[in-house]
Each structure stands twice: as C-alpha cells, then as structure tokens.
Design a protein around this ligand. Structure first.
Ligand code: SF4
Length: 274
C-alpha cells in the first residue's frame, strides 16, 4: 500500500505549519476537548491545556507552562523507566501543561508524540506516504541487514507482538509488502504509523534470530531460547517475581513484546504440538 507523499508544492516546512493550524482548529471545533493517544487537549480563553486523558477530572496536578516541558513529561514512565517508544501506552499521569497558542501546542505535541501531528494531518489529506516492511528492510544495513531475511510469518507475528494497541497506540498502516497485508488488529487511534519504526526493526532482528534456531529444535520440540525463556518464566513465577524487563530489552526472556511473540509462536506448539 502506498500513497502519494506530500506534494512537492507543499514543502516539509509548509506541511508542518499547515498541520499546526489544522490540529489547533480540530481542537477548537469542540468545547469538550479532544483525546489524542493518551493526551487530553482543550482550548482555553487564551491558548490550550493538555493533561493525561485519565486526569481529566483530577485536581492536584503539577502545572507546567513551557511547551518544552512536554519533553520531560514524556521521558519516563510512572515507574521511572525510560520510554523508548513515545506511542506506547505508558505516558505518566499527574501533570497539566498550559500553552499560549497553536505553535506552542504543536511544540508540546511533538515532544509527546514525535511527528504525529504532521502524519495525522497528511493522512487526513490522503497524502501520507506509506511504505511496506520489505521496502524499509531493504534499506537496513550492518547488524540490521538480517531483518531482510525475516519470513512473512515472522513479520506478521512481530507486528502483532509489537504494534497492537496494548503496546503501541499508533494505527499500523504498513503491510509486509504490496501483495501481503498484515493480519492483525491495526488499532483505532488518531496517530497513523506509515512505516516500521526503529524499535520494530530491533524486534524484527530478534525475531529473525529466533527463526534461525528452528533447525535446533530438540526432542521435546523446543529451541534453545524457547527452553531458556520457559525456565526463566517458571523461576520468576515460582518466586512471585515476574517483573517485566524494560521495553526495548528484547534479549530478556521477560520482555513484554518477546512474551507476546512467544504466545503467538510457542503456545500453539506446547498446546497442540503444531
Ligand atoms: S512500527 Fe509498530 S511499534 Fe513502531 S510505531 Fe509503528 S505501530 Fe508502533
């Protein structure tokens, strides 16, 4: 699936300025405020107010008035962990940000959800360029070159493990290639995802390494890493300490995306011997 990019008559700078105005107008259209991913935005007498969508009725919020504060707000999860993927549903609560105008609103949104407002604007105009997994994989080099060899099933499972709403609030628009659509719940949020992101490629690399282990399945039908993941999970569960690894630590057996991938690829083997 591929659509025309922003026309050459509309430069990147123009698209950014137009998206800023369109986004502010979209917020202004309603008195009720708008929800964009996990942020609630509403107009004020002068300017805009942003907060976590679950804090709409909360009192006692920490007030920020510089749009660049959004960078700090979006940096860590509630538990104080780094957020490598800003569209993951783990934006912390407890803050309110007041900004004076549409330009400052766009600055804040760009820290909270990088490039999301421009993509949102281009998609509404039918001009968001969408590129497939295979097209993007062909451009990878160095240690990421191996993602070119990930099978179609591997891409499907990696996308379901990495991109569904439980782990990323963007709406996945890209496909495996022009002939092969992703078979997954693409999500329904406001932010389109036009191409696989760097975190996805990092996971795809891990998934390719799993695929390469296929020839090492033992008599019980498990690969070495599947065996290790199960042992780690059982140890942790027995000790009452199943603490998920950090978001982008795909080498860790208890990483959430890795566990989601195992649910798709390993559980059928364990249950049905498939
Ligand atoms: S590729 Fe997947 S994980 Fe990355 S931003 Fe897009 S939907 Fe989210």
């Amino acid at each position: 699936m591929s659509r025309a990019p922003a026309s050459s008559s509309e430069s990147v700078g123009n698209a950014a300025a137009a998206s800023r105005q369109a986004f502010a107008a979209w917020v202004d259209e309603t008195q009720d405020g708008r929800v964009f991913a996990q942020v609630f935005i509403r107009g004020r007498e002068s300017g805009y107010e942003l907060r976590h969508k679950d804090d709409v009725d909360a009192g006692d919020l920490e007030l920020y008035e510089d749009p660049r504060s959004a960078r700090e707000i979006s940096r860590l999860t509630e538990a104080g962990e780094h957020r490598p993927l800003k569209s993951a549903p783990n934006l912390r609560r407890g803050w309110i940000l007041r900004v004076p105008d549409a330009r400052a609103l766009a600055v804040a949104m760009n820290y909270l959800y990088p490039a999301a407002v421009v993509h949102w604007y281009l998609e509404r105009g039918g001009r968001l360029e969408i590129t497939s997994y295979r097209e993007n994989a062909a451009r990878q080099s160095g240690i990421y070159k191996r993602v070119q060899r990930l099978s179609d099933d591997g891409v499907q499972n990696a996308a379901r493990a990495c991109c569904e709403d439980d782990v990323c609030l963007k709406r996945t628009l890209w496909d495996v290639d022009d002939e092969t659509a992703l078979r997954m719940d693409r999500g329904s949020g406001e932010i389109p995802c036009p191409e696989p992101c760097s975190l996805f490629f990092s996971f795809a690399r891990r998934a390719r390494l799993f695929e390469r282990e296929e020839r090492e399945r033992d008599a019980s039908g498990l690969t070495p890493s599947e065996r290790e993941d199960l042992a780690t999970l059982m140890d942790a569960a027995a000790a009452g300490e199943v603490k998920p690894a950090r978001e982008a630590e795909f080498e860790e057996p208890l990483n959430e995306r890795r566990l989601r991938y195992r649910r798709l690829t390993l559980v059928p083997i364990l249950r049905d011997g498939e």
